[in-house]
Design a binder for this molecule. Structure first.
Ligand SMILES: O=C(O)CCC(=O)C(=O)O
Length: 288
């Protein structure tokens, strides 16, 4: 673990979300000061090597086990969304490409114990405390598959557009389980776009029209297996269709600075329990 006190003034750092100043004055317990500064500057941060190979394998095995149990599914249900003919992923009624070929599992922490373990692990919570500078609350989670030979694209958007009832104070963690490359549909982002505020989104996939984006600034962000891409909920990002012969799977968790209820709570199976998840749906992982 890296222990660094970057205090310049002795004061407490500006919380994530206060974008007035690049820099920080808080005690970091996981990130290096330059990593925290890069997050403030760009709105995102790439941390390769967050999970060890055995942790990656364990998480992959957990996901494979859960998917195998649902291998005959041909209709979206319980947060399990299938890849659709024509990439029409937002249409629950569209025909599935193939039984049991999933686009995503929303509410992944409820279905896959290994994903829950990663996203509530002490190292993840420490990392989030360094990024957010506040309390850390679990907001939502998913597995995002992008199967080889046609896994659907995700158009330009800001995650905050999905959570309009909340202040845009969330941080998304995008953790690669496969090598995410330009060929198999890694994330593209616009550095600094977290400073633009919420940009209008249009139906149907809740996306930002490309005419509103300075495309000359867009960069591909390849991530090695086990690497983390951490980004502010206002960062413009997208991923292209997977035209390669390699799968691209990532697990994603959104953390909130404020004690808002976990938005996936409706997907929680009755038998699910976690000591920190409260009856009102608020899921604190670290105190403010
Ligand atoms: O994993 C991807 O390809 C995109 C995920 C994403 O941006 C989202 O679901 O909001």
């Amino acid at each position: 673990m890296i222990e660094k006190d970057s205090s310049k003034s002795g004061g407490k750092g500006a919380p994530h979300g206060d974008l007035g100043e690049v820099g920080f004055h808080m005690k970091l317990s996981f990130l290096l000061p330059e990593q925290r500064a890069a997050y403030d500057r760009d709105g995102y941060l790439l941390l390769n090597g967050f999970l060890a190979p055995d942790e990656i394998r364990r998480t992959q095995d957990g996901i494979a086990r859960v998917c195998a149990a649902r291998g005959s599914m041909t209709k979206d249900a319980d947060g399990f969304n299938l890849e659709k003919v024509g990439g029409d992923s937002f249409n629950a009624e569209a025909a599935a490409k193939e039984a049991g070929v999933f686009r995503k599992i929303q509410g992944a922490v409820f279905h896959v114990p290994e994903v829950l373990e990663v996203f509530t692990s002490p190292k993840m919570v420490k990392c989030m405390q360094d990024v957010m500078g506040t309390g850390v609350y679990l907001h939502s989670s998913k597995v995002m598959f992008k199967p080889a030979n046609g896994g659907a694209a995700k158009p330009w958007h800001q995650d905050a557009a999905y959570w309009r009832n909340y202040e845009p104070n969330q941080v998304t963690v995008w953790l690669a389980l496969d090598d995410a490359t330009e060929a198999n549909g890694c994330i593209w982002a616009v550095p600094g776009s977290h400073r633009l505020g919420l940009i209008p989104h249009v139906a149907r996939e809740l996306q930002v029209e490309e005419s509103r984006i300075d495309m000359s600034k867009a960069v591909a962000v390849p991530v090695k297996p086990g690497g983390l891409l951490i980004f502010h909920s206002l960062v413009l990002h997208m991923s292209k269709k997977n035209l390669s012969d390699k799968n691209r799977c990532a697990i994603i968790c959104d953390y909130d600075c404020s004690p808002n209820p976990c938005i996936d709570a409706r997907l929680k199976p009755p038998a699910f329990a976690h000591p920190a998840l409260r009856a009102d749906g608020v899921w604190p992982l670290a105190a403010a």
